[in-house]
Design a protein around this ligand. Structure first.
Ligand code: PLP
Ligand code: LYS
Length: 451
């Protein structure tokens, strides 16, 4: 029996004597019987441990060089009231990217001061809500937004004695993702304000001109699923340079720099996730070294991991339906294994060619395998979960298939395509399961479709 790759599967995942998958003490077959399929099964303890690992690793590494770190959980990866509460209980803050995410964080009881609001096109209502909730920071994403935030702050009665904390999102020209990064001068994308040509510096100075706004820092997020830790160090250097330029130009020393998220995880066996403690140590020593070179004090640091907190905590369980051998032009056979979800619960393969692995969850299956393609049930030939994988040759309708590492950008990017009902998220912990986001129902569809 081959085991479960520890980087890819939740920490509470084991195999039983029949080779079936057990999640936090609960057999996958039981979870499927109780909650139906497809279902996202989230290992609560794994989430909490990942959250804690970030707080501890970054806290210690930056503590050793004389500063503090706030870890914001990036809710875009997956946010629900329970998850926001766990993040808060583990000492994280919550990064939100819309009014909806902000509402969920607040509903969870996360204090406004522990929430950040992002967005390249925030509505006035979103800004007003953030001001009203006294969020810890609004990250402005364009020059035009600065005056809008100031105006909304003023309308809310905020002034010099009670300023609204603001960060400026900067694009440093460093872009990373997958296994490489590039560094360019000029930006051609929608986020942030470019470091090149002094635009970011000017924006920081513009914030200083508004008495309703408190300039708390600058922010730079360079991409997602990044495996090359060097990219984060290059980014940190660029941001410390900007901080020094602002000090030289206006005398204002930014108290804080947010270095974003984007830490890569393992999706398929053999991939190695970014090691959080060593990343923290490397980043801390870079920041300390650059501050020493410049001769300036250390800023407070914040980071915004999403995927690397929640990604590997979750497994999607599907029920296998039609199993169809298809003979290809070269005479070989590909076995199409259809599951009861697909691109509506995991758009990442279709959108990014993202790779996943899978295994039978209710039993070991035969040792001889077939070349399989796992597909969904949507009316779309690109509705592929895994294009090419060896599965037991006796895979059959009724089997359960488990796809791990679906915690980030799975449920959060789910859709109702073909009016499929979005699956529930079930948290498992110590042999018990609890629905934290329930399955959609046809009543939910008709609550929206009012005829
Ligand atoms: C501003 C910002 N912060 C944090 C994140 C979280 O990224 P990840 O889930 O890759 O850690 C993102 C998404 O890439 C982002 O745009
Ligand atoms: N949704 C993307 C990541 C986007 C990051 C958000 N800034 C993914 O699934 O990989």
């Amino acid at each position: 029996m081959t085991g479960l790759d520890a980087h890819v599967w939740p920490q509470g995942a084991t195999l039983d004597a029949d080779g079936g998958i057990v999640l936090a003490g609960l057999p996958a077959a039981e979870l499927a019987a109780e909650h139906g399929t497809p279902v996202y099964v989230l290992d609560e303890q794994h989430f909490r441990d990942r959250a804690r690992l970030f707080v501890r690793s970054f806290g210690e590494a930056f503590g050793d060089v004389g500063t503090t770190v706030d870890v914001y959980y990036a809710g875009k990866a997956f946010l629900s009231v329970a998850v926001a509460r766990w993040a808060h209980e583990e000492g994280l803050r919550v990064d939100t990217a819309s009014g909806g995410e902000l509402a969920v964080a607040l509903r969870a009881g996360v204090p406004g001061s522990a929430v950040g609001l992002h967005g390249n096109n925030k509505s006035d209502a979103e800004i007003a809500r953030a001001v009203d909730a006294r969020v810890g920071r609004i990250v402005v994403d364009s020059v035009a937004e600065i005056a809008r935030v100031a105006q909304i702050a003023q309308a809310a009665g905020r002034g010099p004695e009670d300023r609204v904390p603001v960060m400026v999102r900067v694009t440093t020209g460093i872009h990373a993702g997958g296994h490489e990064f590039v560094s360019t001068a000029h930006e051609d994308q929608k986020f942030g304000i470019s470091l090149a040509g002094g635009a970011a510096l000017a924006a920081l100075q513009e914030v200083l001109r508004h008495e309703e706004l408190e300039l708390v820092g600058a922010h730079a997020h360079i991409g997602s699923q990044i495996q090359d830790a060097q990219a984060f160090e290059v980014n940190a250097r660029a941001m410390l340079g900007l901080r020094e330029s602002l000090r030289a130009a206006s005398g204002h020393l930014l108290p804080e720099l947010d270095l974003g998220g984007g830490y890569g995880i393992a999706y398929v066996p053999g991939e190695i996730p970014i090691d959080v403690p060593s990343l923290a140590r490397d980043l801390a020593s870079t920041v300390a070294a650059v501050c020493a070179e410049i001769g300036t004090s250390m800023p407070r640091i914040s980071i915004e991991p999403g995927r690397s907190v929640v990604g590997s905590t979750t497994v999607t369980l599907y029920r296998v339906g039609v199993v169809k051998p298809v003979t290809l032009d070269d005479g070989s056979v590909r076995t199409y294994v259809s599951v009861d979800g697909g691109m509506s619960d995991n758009i990442r393969p279709a959108l990014y060619d993202a790779r996943y692995t899978a295994r039978l969850a209710n039993r070991q299956g035969s040792t001889d395998t077939v070349r399989a393609r796992v597909v969904g049930k949507h009316c779309e030939s690109g509705d592929i979960v895994i294009p090419d994988i060896a599965l037991p040759a006796d895979v059959a309708p009724g089997d359960l298939l488990a796809v791990p590492a679906t915690g980030a950008y799975g449920r959060s990017m789910a859709s109702n395509y073909n009016l499929l009902l979005r699956p529930p998220v079930v948290a498992v912990h110590d042999g018990t399961s609890r629905v934290v986001v329930r399955r959609e129902t046809e009543d939910d569809l008709f609550a929206l479709d009012v005829g």
